[in-house]
Design a protein around this ligand. Sequence first.
Ligand code: PNS
Length: 160
Amino acid sequence: MRSVIYPGSFDPITNGHLDVIVRALALFDQVIVAVGDNPEKESLFTTDEKMAMIRTATQDLAHVEVDHFSGLLVDNAREKGACAIIRGLRALSDFEHEFQMALMNRHMEPDITTVFLMPHARYTHLNSTIIREVASLGRDVSEFVPPIVNDYLKKKFGHG
Ligand code: PNS
């Protein structure tokens, strides 16, 4: 069985992330969506909230596991038996940082390959930071996020 790990901050998960998960499911037997616990990075949502949103957003997709990790991604990938890491690439601006991470991760774990997937062009401009900002200022972001995330955002910002 070929498992792949899809790591990220997911603060919160967007429709762009979901698009990447669906594409990854077409290539691998199992996709482990792994929320990185980074105590130095300030998050809007807790890891538990992020995982709950991902679980609900992926409940109709078979072969998705939701997990979290701290420490090095490659250590977690190895422990989970993943043969690859999925990263989404939206624009050229993502590339340099992703390239550095992929090469460092390969240096540390040569057998774990990073696979870049491009979400549909309609999600090119989407990222969690923009979603948080627009939602915090009271605008509707429901077309960009799963319904459960929209509910969490409304609750968090007291808009509804
Ligand atoms: O959604 P993000 O913020 O782009 O996700 C970044 C994440 C969590 C995948 C990345 O920061 C990560 O892998 N962190 C774990 C620590 C690690 O392995 N660092 C070495 C990377 S070369």
